[in-house]
Design a protein around this ligand. Sequence first.
Ligand SMILES: *[C@@H]1O[C@H](CO)[C@@H](O)[C@H](O)[C@H]1NC(C)=O
Ligand SMILES: *[C@@H]1O[C@H](CO)[C@@H](O)[C@H](O)[C@H]1NC(C)=O
Ligand SMILES: *[C@@H]1O[C@H](CO)[C@@H](O)[C@H](O)[C@H]1NC(C)=O
Ligand SMILES: *[C@@H]1O[C@H](CO)[C@@H](O)[C@H](O)[C@H]1NC(C)=O
Ligand SMILES: *[C@@H]1O[C@H](CO)[C@@H](O)[C@H](O)[C@H]1NC(C)=O
Ligand SMILES: *[C@@H]1O[C@H](CO)[C@@H](O)[C@H](O)[C@H]1NC(C)=O
Length: 504
Amino acid sequence: MTAIKYLLLILVVVAEAICLASGWVPIILRGRPKGGMLGPPREKRPGEVLPQPMIFNLQRRDHFSGSRVYYWNQRYFVNDAFFKPGGPIFLLIGGEASADPLWLLDGAMVEYAKTFNAFCVLLEHRFYGKSQPTNDLSLESLTFLNSKQALADIAAFIDDELRIKFNLTNNKLITFGGGYSGSLSAWFKNKYPQMVDGAVASSAPIYMDLDVGSYLATIMDVMGNTSHPACVKETFTASNTIFEWWGQPDKREKMFQMFRLCDKIDHDNLIEPSALYSALADNWQLVAQYNGVNRTFTGTTLNTTETTINTLCGIMTDSSRGPSIQRYADVSNLILEKFGKKCLDYKYQKLISEMKQESLDSSVAEGARQWIYQSCTEFGWFAGSDRGQVPFGPYFALPFNYSCDQCASLFGQEYFCSLEYATNDINRYYGGYRMQLSNAVFPSGTNDPWYPLMFNGTLPSHAQPVVIHGTAHCADLYPSSQNDPPQLKQAREIIANMINTWIS
Ligand SMILES: *[C@@H]1O[C@H](CO)[C@@H](O)[C@H](O)[C@H]1NC(C)=O
Ligand SMILES: *[C@@H]1O[C@H](CO)[C@@H](O)[C@H](O)[C@H]1NC(C)=O
Ligand SMILES: *[C@@H]1O[C@H](CO)[C@@H](O)[C@H](O)[C@H]1NC(C)=O
Ligand SMILES: *[C@@H]1O[C@H](CO)[C@@H](O)[C@H](O)[C@H]1NC(C)=O
Ligand SMILES: *[C@@H]1O[C@H](CO)[C@@H](O)[C@H](O)[C@H]1NC(C)=O
Ligand SMILES: *[C@@H]1O[C@H](CO)[C@@H](O)[C@H](O)[C@H]1NC(C)=O
C-alpha cells in the first residue's frame, strides 16, 4: 500500500515537472529578446558594486482618470559620479525589460555624461522589472500598461521626484532610449516639450503597423549582401522543402530528427506549419537584429560579433553539409546549442500556455507577456511574409495574422487583428513618419530589421536622423570600441555635438 502511494507520488511529481517544463517562449518575440531590445551593455564583473535601486512611491496607476488615486512604487537608479553642479541630467528611459543599472556604468550615455558632467538616471518602465502597478499580469491589470501612461510616469517622476530630491531644479534634461524606449524618448520630447531639452532616440520604431513585412525583407537584403549571396536562394529552397516534406509521414519523422524538435509534428493541426516556420525564422531575426553588435545575451553563449548573418549564410551555402534543408537545420541547431537547449520548441499550444501565466513570479513576467500585450493592443509590428517573397516560409504559412492568432488565443477573440484602428490612432497621436519635433536625434542602423519603421523625415533645426550604414539595433548606445566601424564612431560624434548644442 505504501509502496503504491509512493509510486503515485513520484508519478505526480514527474507529471508536474513535465508540465512546468512544457511551455516555451521564442528566443525573440515581436522583436524582443529576453532581457529586452536594449540588453545589458556588458556582463556584470565579479564583486562589482552597482547603483542601488531607489523608489518613487507616489507614482499614479492611472494618470488619465480623475477618480480614486492608486499609487505604486516605480524603481529607478542614479549615478552622480560624473556630475558637476550646473551639469545636465541624462535620463535613460527604461523599456520592455527590467532596468539594468549597468547602463549607468558603461555605454555611450555614460561616455557622453563624462564629457558633459551629467547626472545619470535610469527609470524603469511600468509593469517591467520591479515596477509593478498591480499585483498580477491579468488582462484587467494590463489595461494600465501602455505608452501614454509610461510617458506620464516619466513626467511625474521628473517633476515630483528627480528635480526635488536631488536639487536639480533648473538643470537641463536630455532623454535617451533604444528600441521601444528610443520611441518613448522621441515621444516624450514630442508630447512634453517644455520638460526636456533634447532627446536621443536610438533605433526607435516610430511607425505603428499591423503587418511589418519590411522586417523580414530587410533581413533578406542583409543576407544577400553577405559574402555568401546564394544564402537567400538556399534558404528559400530549405523552406520549400519543409513544406513538401510536411505531407509525407517518413519525411516528417526525418524533420523531427533533423531539427531536433521537442515534439512530433501534428500534420492535422493547421497552425503547426506557421509555428515551426516562425520558430526557425526567429534564429535569423535574433542574429540579424544584433548583427555585429557587441552585446551579451544573458544565459546564452550567443555573441553577435562572432555569430553574424554572414556566419549563418556560410552554413547555408556550405554544400558539404548536405541539402539546404539540412543546412537550415544546422543553423537552428547552432543557435539551440548557444541557448543550451536540447530540443527545439515550436508547439503553438505550449507557447500559449506559457504566455497565459498571470503571476508576477512566472517565467513570462520577465517581460514576454507584457510585451506581447503591448504589441497586441498598441503597436502591432507583426512580422510576416505576406507582403513579399521572403525566404523564411511561404506567405500562407508565415502570414502576419499568425501573430493575430496569438493575440486572440491569449487575450480573447476580440484581439484578433483588431488593433488596426489603434495603430492608426497612435500614428496620428505621435505623428508617425510625420512627427514634428526639435532637439532630437534619431540614430539608426541600415541593417536593423526595424530600420524601415524609423524616422526618415526632415526636421526643424537641431534635430536629425543619423543613418549608420551597416550597423544593427542600438549599436550606437553600446560601449565604444576601437573595432567600431568609422561610420559608427562618426555617428557618436554627431550625437555628442547635438547634445552640446541642446545644453549650451
Ligand atoms: C566587446 O565588449 C567587450 C567589453 O564589454 C570589450 O572588451 C571588447 O573589446 C568588445 N569587442 C568588440 C569586438 O568590440
Ligand atoms: C541646490 O542647488 C543650487 C544650485 O546649484 C545651490 O545653490 C544650492 O545650494 C543647492 N541646495 C542644496 C540644499 O544643496
Ligand atoms: C546592400 O548593398 C547595396 C550595395 O552595396 C546597398 O545599396 C544596400 O543598401 C545594402 N543593403 C543593406 C540592407 O545593407
Ligand atoms: C564576442 O567575441 C568577440 C570576438 O571574439 C570579443 O572581442 C567580444 O568581447 C565578445 N563579446 C562579448 C560581449 O563577450
Ligand atoms: C491569415 O492569412 C492567410 C494568408 O493570407 C489566410 O489564408 C488566412 O485565412 C488568414 N487567417 C485568418 C484566420 O484570417
Ligand atoms: C519614410 O518611409 C516610409 C515607409 O517606408 C515612406 O513611405 C516614406 O516615403 C519615407 N519618407 C521619406 C521622406 O523618405
